[in-house]
Every structure is written in C-alpha cells, then in structure tokens.
Design a protein around this ligand. Structure first.
Ligand code: CP
Length: 313
C-alpha cells in the first residue's frame, strides 16, 4: 500500500491512516540510517529538487540526504543566486525545473498556499517544506514520529504547543496531525500571538503558561519568529522570556517524564532555556535525526508506493 496522492501539501487533508502509514514506513527507513552503508537503490533514476525561497538548514538538507540515501539524484536551486534575482516568476522557475526531468519538488516559500499553487501547475509531486504561516507537514510528521517512538502512541497524551502560534506553520500542522491521532492538544502563548478562532481547530487555548503546562506529557516549544513579527505584538524579547520562556522551574509543572520538542532553530534564552534544551527530557536532536527517516518514507510512498520489503532489500 502506498500514498494514493501526487502531493503532500499539509496534514489537514491527510487521514489518520495515511499519517500512520508514513510513520510506520519511517521505522524501516530509520534502520537503514543505522547501517554502515546507508544507501538503498529504491529511488534510483528518480530526481528530487529542493526549491527554497526562505532559509533552511534542517528541512532542505534532510530532504537532500533522504533522497540520496534512497538512491535518487538531487538538485538544489539556490534562489539567492538564481534567475529569481533577475525577476523570473515563481511559475516560470518551477516549470523550468520540471522540464529538466524532476520527479519531486520540495518547496519552501513565504506565501501561504504556494505549495498548492505549485502542485496545480506541475506534473511532478510537490512536498510542502513550509508555506507562509499555513503548514509545515514534514516537521509535524517528524515531531509525531518522535512522540510515538518515545511514548508509544498518541491517545491520552496531553501535548502543549508553546509560543508564537500566530506565525507558526509548525503549530498548525501539529494540531491537524495530533488531533487526528487522538492526542489532547493545548496551545499557549501571548494573546497577541494567538490566531483568532484557533479553538475551531479542536485545541484548548491558554494564555497562562503555568496553567497550560500542568501535567503535560509533551511540550513542543516554538521558535519566536522574529523575522515575521509586526511591531507591538510583545513588548521585548526579555519580557517574552519572563512570561512564556520554558525554564527549569516551569518544567516542574509538567509530567515527570515530559518530552520536550523544538522544531529548531532555537533562540536559546528566549523561548527555551539552555538547561531545558540540553536536559534529559529534550529530544530535539532526535527530532532532527528522525526527520531524515520520515522524509525517506514520504519520498518512497509518493514516488514508489509498494510494500516495505522493497525498501529494505
Ligand atoms: N524546523 C525547520 O523547518 O528548520 P529549518 O528552517 O532549518 O529547515
């Protein structure tokens, strides 16, 4: 069984069964990463391109490595040194890449909906690597893989998403995915960084961090997206830390074995204290490693489908 779809644009339109299939497929992929020779020929002859209009370390490189470990060829368009700088349109850029024989395009763009737009104009598969404030589905999938790996499942877990919910595509994808898998999802942050009508996504909303963290099983700390802030949403970074930063003291309110996640990159000392980020409850490094396995699974399921046995041989 594969994913019966051309593109992966978000978790809103993915079923619980599809999410489970991706997470299940990532398990043998992680085994491949543990081998001395981490390479299988499954996607030999396929071409994966990354098209990133915004900066990235984790998403772009892990997709490139995932494709290489699966035997595919990769191409990374450096937008900052491309003909985009001469004014070439998004559509012309995408079509130019596609006719060179690309099978899958990973897109990151500042405009919400850009991945859907691209998927409508190219025959290649499109994977959303983060579009504006809309979705970042592969980040949520790797977060969910890490939660499932550490806690065994989602049902009955209280997952608290802490911080700048308003600007966070990571928050939105996590909410869609976790709610579908049966977790209790809570969001907490300043009122000015909380989207209106967020309750309609099926989450509990808090503005007091101490109240939200009580008995939390998982805390997913969001990066304060300084590059997307308008003036006046919060007084100072220092005050943000005082009111909403995840400190060792606040951590004591959560479950004893609480799992700490952060999508990265971190603003240490702002949304999360270094003692927490580097402490025993944090799985932030595991998230990055799991991201490669999850992206291998996704590339495989979109480009090949088929049974797991074909992957690992
Ligand atoms: N989490 C995340 O998307 O990180 P990058 O911006 O480094 O890709």
């Amino acid at each position: 069984m594969g994913l019966n779809r051309k593109d992966l644009l978000g978790l809103q339109d993915l079923s619980a069964e599809e999410i489970e299939l991706i997470l299940d497929t990532a398990v043998p992929m992680k085994d491949i990463l543990g081998r001395e020779i981490k390479k299988v020929p499954t996607l030999r002859g396929k071409v994966v391109a990354t098209l990133f209009y915004e900066p990235s370390t984790r998403t772009r490189t892990s997709f490139e490595l995932a494709a290489k470990y699966m035997g595919a060829d990769t191409m990374s368009l450096a937008v900052s040194t491309s003909s985009v700088q001469k004014g070439e349109s998004f559509r012309d850029t995408a079509e130019t890449i596609e006719v060179m024989g690309v099978d899958t395009i990973i897109l990151r763009h500042s405009a919400s909906g850009s991945a859907q737009y691209l998927a409508n104009i190219v025959k290649a598969s499109v994977i959303n690597g983060g579009d504006g404030t809309h979705e970042h589905p592969t980040q949520a999938l790797l977060d969910m893989f890490t939660i499932r790996e550490k806690r065994g499942g989602f049902k009955g877990l209280k997952v608290v998403i802490l911080g700048d919910i308003l600007h966070s595509r990571v928050a939105r994808s996590n909410i869609w995915g976790l709610a579908k898998m049966g977790a209790e999802v809570c969001v907490v942050g300043p009122p000015t960084l909380m989207p209106p009508d967020i309750e309609k996504m099926g989450v509990k909303v808090f503005y007091q961090v101490e109240e939200a963290l009580k008995d939390a099983d998982v805390i997913n700390v969001l990066r304060l997206q300084l590059e997307r802030q308008q003036k006046g949403l919060f007084p100072t970074v220092r005050e943000y830390h005082q009111l909403y930063g995840l400190t060792p003291e606040r951590l004591k309110l959560a479950s004893r074995d609480v799992l700490i996640l952060h999508p990265g990159p971190m603003n240490r000392g702002v949304e999360i204290d270094p003692e927490v980020a580097d402490g025993p409850q944090a799985s932030i490094v595991d998230q990055v490693a799991n991201g490669v396995a999850v992206r291998m699974a996704l590339l495989y399921l979109l480009m090949e489908g088929g049974a797991f046995s074909a992957v690992v041989s």
